[in-house]
Design a protein around this ligand. Structure first.
Ligand SMILES: Nc1nc2c(c(=O)[nH]1)N[C@H]1C(S)=C(S)[C@@H](COP(=O)(O)OP(=O)(O)OC[C@H]3O[C@@H](n4cnc5c(=O)[nH]c(N)nc54)[C@H](O)[C@@H]3O)O[C@H]1N2
Ligand SMILES: Nc1nc2c(c(=O)[nH]1)N[C@H]1C(S)=C(S)[C@@H](COP(=O)(O)OP(=O)(O)OC[C@H]3O[C@@H](n4cnc5c(=O)[nH]c(N)nc54)[C@H](O)[C@@H]3O)O[C@H]1N2
Ligand SMILES: [Mo]
Length: 691
């Protein structure tokens, strides 16, 4: 085994998180001893979150899977097997399934567990195998990405530190104090200079504790709220006519449409008092420049792409784009330079790109579509970097779909809900155990996630697993060349160097020292007023929204499909909106299993407002049943005096085996645009459990 010399190594956290922190890792006697922020990153240089610190716990965890495991026939437990037995068994299944059913009867499912250029190796392997079926869409952010693309033409925003130039910051459906902790430092600096902070969220979050104003709309009603604010801005003349005439398309149609959203009507829909709606409009008028930081949680409704378009319109009509301290802070893809497809939404229309890979399943509809596929039907699944049993909507159906297969392989670090369904589990690397290059979606840095330690036990990175399987399938060195690197570190580095070749300012040597701004980074996005929309302007009227998504070309408001104000059958029986946001001490389904994290958040808890608890006879700390037609969970209730009436809240990510499994209650359902998952269209009820 190669011993890495002691010292301090630069690397970066590759989790699916805004912050993508630059780190300095101290290695002593071959062991990671300390993790600190890397000061060169202007966005994250001042601190690491608790999860970042807990990596030491995670990498050396006694629960980590360190060797291949095989399900004991007919049982629920696993036994260790050798790599050669694991790979021989998998290769034999791959050949059998391809011969009998065809290569597309294999589902390749990859989640968002870790970022990196080497992740592309998976699809390269399946192409060489003869094909596979894979998913399109995304659980995370696509309705917002598509709304932004339709309106502004590109997903980019001002550098994170530019927020310090804002005088009004709106955290709209974003809880940065938990999900983007370093953003709060920039917000604090702006506030020290006199900026106002408004939070729009049905919950009184940690972010709201620092706000000047908390506005609590009914979940899913933000589109109407934005239209109501727009009407006030327009009718009072609080708009930038010069900016509109040069850079905005469809203002006339938009201003006519919003006239229906009087303060009274808007208040009725959103449950925000008319006086507060007027105060929001006045704040926008009085405190430019305005930055709106929109969260991802708010775009997980069936009406949220349109809601996002309505919110961006507030910036467009007031000219709050393309300036320091101003703009739409959603996703900054300026570091996504390695993909030929600039916008992720463009990479997943449901089509067959090359006849070999069948892109047939919407991630949001994973369970039902896995079960429905024919010609060929699915027979085998390969899961890596994801935990679809706990994270995809409609867990009941996802479980049924996985259990209906002949054979399942899961590559994992821990015994997650999905790993428990596998026939063979292969041990997964941690991010300290293989070098890779990553971008981010908040700050514009390119980073080398450097290999610092050897994989423990018998762990092998995915690229090596594919290489070994390719050999067993009889693929030649020529066939693998440039697609799947040889297992040794120098071949992996050569692979990464080849990806850097088009960018002379980026070399592995330079990246080893720390983060580097992506070539061409714009600190102020759209400063050239170049909008990549069909009209070349910011589109309030989007023909593409109509043609591609069959939506109103204006950001029209409609109720979410499953809403207390709607007419769905759920609305007759279930009267609470279930919010399932992210939380500070986990990243989705990762970290909750570690003792260092569990000491702060020991178990899943359902929060409920005081009035909703009282009317159901529920006291603080009591056991409750959370349920709807799709499923039920038994949890402890915690009264939250800051939660909006009609809402309950349970963080997503807790495994079923930890007492979680929140997606038993959600339905496999897509957002209005972008093929996202509408997790939050989810009505439930809560009752006290009689002991
Ligand atoms: N610590 C931590 N950080 C993370 C993650 C994590 O799991 N843990 N995950 C990362 C990833 S992948 C993501 S997608 C992001 C997500 O992080 P955020 O963008 O902050 O999104 P969420 O936590 O899903 O939701 C944010 C807020 O939206 C509110 N909300 C829900 N529905 C509505 C609504 O209808 N209207 C309004 N106005 N607000 C609403 C919720 O109450 C919640 O407080 O965080 C990233 N960062
Ligand atoms: N109800 C509800 N459900 C949600 C959400 C919600 O708001 N509400 N949010 C959704 C969102 S925004 C997201 S992004 C998804 C996230 O859902 P997923 O994409 O499934 O991500 P994680 O839950 O983080 O699980 C990733 C897994 O990858 C593993 N892993 C980490 N590194 C590696 C590696 O290098 N190799 C391999 N093979 N495995 C690795 C981890 O151990 C972990 O088990 O969840 C979604 N689910
Ligand atoms: Mo996400």
């Amino acid at each position: 085994m190669k011993i890495h010399s002691d010292g301090i190594y630069s690397t970066a956290c590759p989790r699916n998180c805004y912050s993508t922190c630059s780190l300095q890792v101290h290695l002593e006697n071959g062991r990671i001893r300390r993790i600190e922020p890397h000061p060169d990153n202007l966005a994250t240089g001042r601190g690491v979150c608790l999860k970042g610190l807990s990596y030491i716990d995670r990498v050396y965890s006694p629960e980590r899977i360190l060797q291949p495991l095989k399900r004991r026939a007919g049982a629920h437990d696993f036994m260790p097997i050798s790599w050669s037995e694991a790979l021989d068994t998998i290769a034999a299944e791959l050949v059998r399934i391809r011969d009998v059913w065809g290569a597309q009867s294999l589902l390749y499912y990859s989640g968002s567990g870790t970022k990196g250029l080497l992740n592309s190796v998976g699809l390269e392997f399946w192409r060489l195998y003869g094909g596979c079926t894979t998913t399109y869409g995304d659980l995370c952010w696509p309705a917002g990405l598509e709304a932004t693309r339709l309106t502004l033409g590109d997903n980019k925003h001002n550098a994170p530190w530019d927020l310090e130039n804002a005088r009004l910051i709106v955290l709209w459906g974003k809880n940065a104090a938990e999900t983007n902790v370093q953003q709060m430092l920039h917000i604090d600096h702006a506030r020290e200079k006199g900026a106002m902070l408004i939070v729009i969220d049905p919950r009184r979050t940690d972010s709201a504790e620092r706000a000047d104003l908390l506005v609590q709309p009914r979940p899913g009603s933000d589109g109407a709220l934005a239209l109501g604010i727009a009407r006030i801005l327009i009718n009072k003349g609080w708009i930038d006519n010069n900016f509109i005439s040069h850079h905005v398309h469809g203002f006339k149609e938009f201003s006519e449409y919003v006239q229906a959203y009087t303060p009274e009507k808007t208040a009725r829909i959103s449950d925000v008092p008319a006086a507060i709606i007027e105060r929001l409009a006045a704040a926008i008028h009085e405190h430019p420049p305005l930055s709106i930081c929109a969260g991802f949680g708010m775009q997980r409704y069936t009406n949220s792409g349109q809601a996002f378009r309505a919110i961006i319109a507030l910036l467009a009509i007031t000219g709050q784009i393309a300036k320091p301290g101003a703009g739409w802070i959603y996703a900054n893809l300026q570091s996504h330079i390695f993909s030929t497809v600039r916008d992720p939404v463009d990479s997943f229309p449901p089509q067959v790109p090359d006849g070999v890979i069948r892109v047939a399943i919407s991630t949001a509809l994973l369970g039902p579509q896995m079960l429905e596929l024919s010609d060929p039907p699915l027979k085998m699944a390969w899961v890596e970097r994801g935990n679809p049993i706990s994270q995809n909507p409609g867990t009941g159906k996802v479980l049924e779909a996985f259990r209906s297969l002949d054979f399942r392989v899961v590559i994992e670090q821990f015994l997650t809900d999905t790993a428990r369904e596998a026939d063979i589990i292969l041990p997964a690397k941690s991010f300290f155990e293989q070098s890779d290059i990553i971008g981010a979606y908040w700050h514009p840095y390119i980073q080398l996630k450097q290999k610092i330690i050897e994989p423990p036990g018998q762990v092998k990175p995915e690229s090596e697993v594919y290489w070994l399987l390719a050999k067993r399938l009889g693929l030649s060195v020529q066939q693998l060349s440039g697609k799947i690197p040889d297992p040794d570190d120098s071949a992996v580095e050569a692979f990464l160097e080849s990806k850097l070749a088009p960018f002379p300012e980026l070399t592995l040597e330079r990246l080893r020292r720390g983060p580097v701004l992506a070539p061409g980074t714009e600190e102020v996005a759209f400063a050239d007023f170049h909008f990549l929309t069909p009209s070349g302007k910011i589109e309030l009227y989007s023909a593409e929204a109509r043609d591609r998504w069959r939506l109103d070309p204006l950001p029209a408001y409609t109720e979410p499909e499953e809403s207390v104000a709607g007419t769905s059958t759920a609305a007759q029986r279930y009267f609470l909106n279930l919010l399932t946001p992210n939380t500070k001490n986990s990243i989705h389904s990762q970290f909750n299993n570690l003792p260092s994290i569990r000491q702060f958040s020991p178990k899943p808890v359902l929060t409920i407002g005081a009035a909703d608890a009282a009317s159901r006879g529920i006291a603080n700390g009591e056991p409750v049943r959370l349920f709807n037609d799709r499923g039920e969970l038994f949890l402890e209730a915690r009264i939250d005096f800051g939660l909006k009436k009609g809402c309950v809240c349970l963080a997503n990510g807790w495994w079923i085996s930890q007492g979680g499994g929140v997606n038993f209650l959600s339905l496999a359902r897509e957002t209005d645009m972008g093929y996202g998952a509408a997790f939050h269209d989810n009505l439930v009820e809560v009752e006290k459990v009689k002991l």
